[in-house]
Design a binder for this molecule. Structure first.
Ligand SMILES: [Fe+2]
Ligand SMILES: [Fe+2]
Length: 287
């Protein structure tokens, strides 16, 4: 059980390492340990657990997994410019492992929908401004590869803040905590729990490197540090609005489970990321 509960596993490495040293270490770790296969996870108990759920919890689980499925697919398909935006071989090598891993996460949810929920993809797709604006971010990053150094650094910082800092570091991380508290700690859905554990281990590297990149730029340039804070603050209302909302399925509204405590978990992740980037000098989100 303690293993299941241990979802905060962001690999920040050694603060004195350079970005290249951090990237090379994470590359080695990804090659050695990032080898799980989404097709090998046993989903037979999950099918039984799903059939026994109440209609409200079934709607909640499908909506929850649907949001992850869309998120993983979206970030996987848009990620290539992030690899191209970093300057060194080891940073590119490390980020190439992240690209494969995002597609593995997509593969896992695709299989889960087919085998457990019995549908090829989520029935509904809720508008999500955090994800819907990533396409534009990806295009801006790609265009900046030919731009002067200052503009390239700005676009890189914006892109890492949006993707690794907010989508992965706050939104997805809060999601793992919610899954553990709503389903995982009751021993339900062992296949989904295993999948989330494997995904979270990969994400620990993704967020860890993202935090290193953002801290690197924030320490060197006050304008870039302010840009990071501005983007976090601009997206915060959009991430908050996802939680505490009733889910409507076929005209029936279901309240989210009380264990969700979505906004509370989200804000905890937000504060943690601020400390990862800006250190203990961070004064709090409501300042
Ligand atoms: Fe992912
Ligand atoms: Fe990721």
């Amino acid at each position: 059980m303690s293993n299941m509960m241990d979802v905060e596993d962001v690999d920040l490495g050694h603060p004195e390492d350079s970005l290249d040293e951090a990237a090379r270490r994470l590359w080695r770790k990804a090659v050695a340990f990032g080898t799980w296969d989404p097709s090998k996870i046993d989903l037979s108990q999950d099918k039984l657990d799903y059939q026994r759920l109440s209609p409200g919890m079934r709607a909640y689980l499908e909506s929850f997994c649907g949001a992850f499925y869309h998120a993983e697919e979206n970030v996987a398909r848009l990620f290539c410019p992030w690899i191209m935006s970093v300057s060194s071989t080891w940073q590119q090598a490390y980020l190439s492992t992240q690209l494969v891993e995002e597609f593995k996460h997509t593969d896992f949810f695709s299989r889960y929908f087919e085998e457990v929920f019995g549908v090829s993809s989520p029935k509904r797709r809720l508008a999500n401004p955090v994800h819907d604006s990533l396409y534009e971010r990806s295009r801006q990053l790609l265009a900046s590869l030919e731009a002067p150094e200052g503009e390239r650094a700005t676009r890189l910082v914006e892109a890492f803040t949006h993707y690794q800092g907010i989508i992965e570091g706050v939104q997805a991380n809060a999601g793992y905590h919610i899954f553990v508290h709503v389903f995982g700690k009751h021993g339900l859905f062992p296949g989904l729990s295993q999948g989330f554990r494997n995904i979270q281990r990969d994400e620990g590297r993704h967020v860890g490197f993202g935090m290193r990149v953002l801290r690197h730029y924030a320490e060197r340039d006050a304008v870039l540090a302010a840009r990071i804070r501005d983007i976090y603050q601009a997206y915060l209302p959009f991430i908050r609005s996802r939680y505490g909302q009733p889910i409507e399925v076929d005209g029936v509204c279901y309240d989210p489970p009380v264990e969700e405590r979505g906004i509370e978990r989200l804000m905890e992740m937000y504060e943690r990321r601020m400390r990862d980037i800006f250190g203990t000098h961070w004064q709090g989100a409501l300042e």
